[in-house]
Write a protein that binds this ligand. Structure first.
Ligand code: BGC
Length: 375
């Protein structure tokens, strides 16, 4: 079968012919891959700044944002049958008995760092015609989400973050949660999303649907397809070229939540200056090496203490976040059908993968498709 693999030794990314994986345990399924999204992490892997092949292998099969179809199910598989659509989670647990996070199925909180991640760290990914996974690592997708379910994995980042934001709002200042369950819990609060890549846009959709008055701040100057999309979902777009952080903060008032989705450390640090009183700052980017900057840690510390601020790093994601992402995707595509459609810039054959990953294509989410029926 064909797969797209990265060879750190020879510094190449290419299509390889490799053996089809087979089920070796009764709770595994064979999957036919349908769609795989490309993201900034893939770019970092293909530029050899990040990522590690499985032990003993000279290459890593790329791809961690996948949608696939079950082809065969092992004898102990209970939840899936051939024909089902599934999205795989990315992280697999570490082997250490003492890691309570991994031992309880929450490997996104792994203590040891010895987890693996499909398509990223020590485990092959999904940019291959066929893959094998354990039933426990898969989430069922309803058939009518076929066209958009490839967005599930990047959306889990926002889902996991939102879950923690709402938890903190319930348990921090009591007046932040006067609403009855079921109501939009962010109503009356502001959220500032940094960046209009797929993670930022999906984050903005998540914040808007949770009721936050949402602003998106990035470099691009409108009119631009991405800035149009921000308007279409009921958020406000502001370009860094038109307003400084300070001007933006003045317009917003108290900035209750900042959701960083740029991975640019200097910009992220600058934004901390405008986080409001009792605010929560969520960092989602995994930047490569960037130039050193001077900071004023005393001022930073003083502000964070005196304003009761939270700085939260979050790496996606657990099975619950995947399930929540699928529920929200369904909601988003009913509420903003055109916007969700335009999130997927195009579907391309795997032969184009290396060029697309390295070329940073202009569209929003670029997808490698193994199935002509899906395009
Ligand atoms: C992936 C996550 C992964 C992270 C760090 C992100 O691009 O979406 O699943 O944990 O990279 O490797």
């Amino acid at each position: 079968m064909k797969a797209v693999a990265v060879f750190p030794g020879s510094r190449e990314t290419k299509v390889v012919d490799t053996e089809e994986p087979r089920i070796t345990e009764p709770d595994q399924v064979t999957l036919r891959v349908l769609d795989v999204g490309i993201c900034g992490t893939d770019w970092e892997i293909c530029t050899f700044e990040y990522g590690t092949p499985p032990p003993g292998d000279d290459h890593l099969v790329l791809g961690h944002e996948a949608l696939a179809e079950v082809v065969t199910a092992g004898s102990a598989v209970e939840r899936f049958e051939p024909g089902d659509l599934v999205v795989p989670t990315v992280r697999r647990p570490c082997p250490h008995p003492g890691c309570l996070a991994c031992r309880s199925g929450h490997q996104d909180y792994c203590y040891t760092g010895d987890f693996s991640e499909r398509g990223i760290k020590e485990a092959h990914g999904y940019m291959a015609e066929s893959v094998v996974d354990h039933e426990r690592d898969l989430v069922l997708v309803q058939p009518d989400l076929r066209d958009v379910a490839v967005l599930t994995e990047p959306l889990t980042i926002a889902e996991k973050a939102l879950g923690q934001i709402l938890w903190m709002m319930r348990h921090r200042p009591p007046w932040l949660d006067p609403r009855t369950p079921g109501e939009e819990r962010g109503r009356g609060l502001s959220a500032l999303v940094l960046g209009i890549g797929p993670v930022g846009l999906l984050g903005a959709m998540t914040m808007v649907s949770a009721g936050f008055t949402t602003y998106v701040y990035s470099r691009e100057l409108p009119p631009h397809p991405r800035t149009d999309l921000v308007g279409a979902i009921g958020a406000t777009y502001v370009s860094t070229r038109n307003e400084t952080f300070a001007e933006l903060a003045e317009r917003i008032g108290n900035v209750d939540v900042i959701y960083e989705a740029v991975g640019h450390s200097h910009f992220a640090l600058e934004a901390l200056e405008v986080l409001g009183t009792n605010g929560i700052y969520v960092l989602t980017g995994v930047p490569g090496l960037q130039a050193f900057v001077e900071a004023d840690p005393a001022r930073l510390m003083r502000t964070m203490v005196l304003k009761n601020q939270v700085l939260l790093g979050t790496v996606n994601a657990g099975a619950d976040d995947f399930a929540a992402a699928l529920r929200n995707l369904d909601l988003f595509r009913r509420r903003w059908p055109e916007a969700v459609r335009t999130l997927i810039a195009g579907r391309h054959p795997l032969e184009r993968a290396a060029g697309l990953v390295l070329g940073r294509p202009a569209g929003i989410k670029t997808v490698i498709s193994f199935d002509s029926a899906g395009g």
